[in-house]
Ligand binder design. Structure first.
Ligand SMILES: [Zn+2]
Length: 491
């Protein structure tokens, strides 16, 4: 494959010429045959046949889609070293492996390895801002390693500081943690912001209050796994609300198994929900609350949760979200004998959630749309070698259902070109691979081959073979029944 365009040089203006531009502005404006000019870290102009400063580098966006960089508001980036390991896990198996059995084995360098790989993966997939829901920061050294890894990759990140190995009211009281948070907060680094990440169990004593007070003292938003079946529920939301800790900056991840009361409290206090549909569909937190967020007018963003199952790819998130919402809409109608003739959730909605929805969740009105003056986080989807790249009839439908990460041609973050002509710029995967392999080898040897294999291959559930309803003889087929009863009873 040859790339006629030279790789852009840092610091020079860039113009993407003649693309279909999804501005993601308030009106949802789509412009065809339009240019986007980037000067320094900002979008300087959007329009047809722009005049550009001398020395501007040209990128041909003809036949492609130019859109804002996507924003993932919840990903446990450290777990990317375990990519695909838990493909067949339930949430329970995830909790046991990470929270109870093996999460403690992760050293600072292991956190760094996962974070670096995940951060690079984001850029490759057109995800320009990623929230690192970093809930295995057992020491401040782990946290420093997490931040150093994020800073080594030219993306925009939010470190959501957390620690599943201790109670939130314990680790937030640690002066070393507090000073780490103050230092990074006061650095005012536009590429690395902070949140506090912890869950609220619903314990009537509300011990999490102390952690919320630390967040308030430090002026940091809280992100919390809410409405997770069997783990967090309405009680946690009610306690947060009664103690006045629900704010517009609060991000409720999943928010699946909640009742109307909780959705009303979230809507009333202005917070947002981060929907991780691939996770909710597969792991068991509950159904993605895509119907409720629209019913109660709650702002939404999308997230990928963890690469233990899925990859850090918001094309997948958009697709899964449309599929899950439509599946439940059809199923609910069918159960009542009805037919859905008009779909409620549109491709444009999920593209909004993946872009401006994420910007809103993070309290940033300077990213998430392509308008003059905004930060230049830009993605060009264009793959002339792909038969899926044309005809380009419905741009939102194309992004949500046709495009994929391999079609991400060019990515700019903060005005800097980090991917061009389908290749990451100035990122060498070889040392990243080596550090990931070192972590994997060390974990494998610490677990031993048996526990390693067992962790990756959970037992199948017990299966009882149902009897054929024709009961006029005592005949039972040996093919389905021999040993079946013993197998079930023996468990
Ligand atoms: Zn999560």
């Amino acid at each position: 494959m040859t790339h006629p365009e030279p790789t852009p040089v840092a610091g020079r203006p860039v113009v993407l010429r003649g693309g279909t531009v999804l501005t993601m502005d308030d009106a949802g404006t789509v412009l065809t045959d339009t240019d986007v000019l980037v000067v320094d870290d900002r979008i300087a102009a959007v329009g047809p046949r722009l005049e550009v400063p001398a020395g501007t580098q040209e990128i041909d966006a003809g036949g492609g889609i130019v859109m804002p960089g996507m924003i993932d508001t919840h990903r446990h980036m450290w777990q990317t070293v375990m990519r695909g390991y838990g493909a067949d896990w339930t949430l329970t198996q995830y909790f046991v492996w990470n929270y109870l059995e093996h999460g403690k084995k992760f050293r600072p360098e292991d956190i760094a390895a996962g974070n670096r790989l995940s951060a690079i993966e984001s850029l490759d997939a057109g995800v320009t801002t990623t929230v690192d829901w970093s809930h295995n920061l057992q020491t401040v050294d782990h946290a420093e390693a997490a931040v150093d890894a994020l800073r080594s990759v030219p993306g925009r990140f939010v470190l959501a500081y957390g620690n599943i190995q201790a109670a939130p009211w314990e680790w937030t009281a640690d002066p070393a943690v507090r000073s780490f948070l103050e230092r990074h907060r006061d650095a005012h680094d536009d590429m690395l912001r902070l949140q506090l990440a912890f869950d609220v169990t619903g314990d009537p004593g509300f011990p999490e209050r102390a952690a919320f007070e630390v967040a308030r003292d430090l002026g940091l938003p809280v992100t919390t796994h809410a409405g997770v079946w069997g783990a967090t529920n309405d009680d946690g939301i009610r306690l947060m609300h009664e103690h006045d800790f629900m704010t517009p900056e609060t991000v409720y991840v999943h928010a699946s198994t909640l009742t109307a009361d909780s959705y009303q409290r979230i809507a009333g206090t202005g917070g947002s929900i981060s929907v991780s549909t691939e996770s909710e569909s597969s792991a068991g937190q509950g159904h993605a609350p895509t119907e409720q967020v629209r019913q109660y007018g709650i702002p939404v963003s999308l997230s990928m949760d963890t690469s233990v199952w899925w990859s850090g790819d918001l094309f997948s998130a958009m697709r899964a979200t449309l599929n899950a919402d439509r599946m439940s809409e059809h199923m609910e109608a069918h159960l009542k004998g009805d037919t859905v003739t008009h779909l409620r959730l549109r491709a444009q909605h999920v593209v909004e959630w993946a872009t401006r929805g994420g910007a809103h969740a993070l309290g940033r009105d300077d990213i998430g749309s392509l308008q003059p003056g905004k930060k230049a986080d830009v993605v060009l989807i264009k793959n002339d070698a792909s038969p899926v790249s044309f005809p380009l009839l419905n741009p939102f439908g194309h992004v949500a259902f046709q495009a994929q990460r391999g079609d991400v041609h060019t990515v700019l973050v903060n005005g800097r070109v980090v991917k061009h002509a389908g290749r990451l710029v100035d990122i060498d995967l070889a040392p990243v691979r080596r550090e990931v392999e070192a972590t994997v080898e060390r974990l494998m040897s610490e677990l031993g081959p048996e526990a390693w294999a067992k962790g990756m291959n959970p037992d199948l559930p017990s299966t009882e073979v149902l009897d054929n309803p024709y009961q006029y003889t005592d005949f039972k087929s040996e093919a389905t029944h021999t040993g079946g009863e013993e197998r079930v009873l023996g468990r």
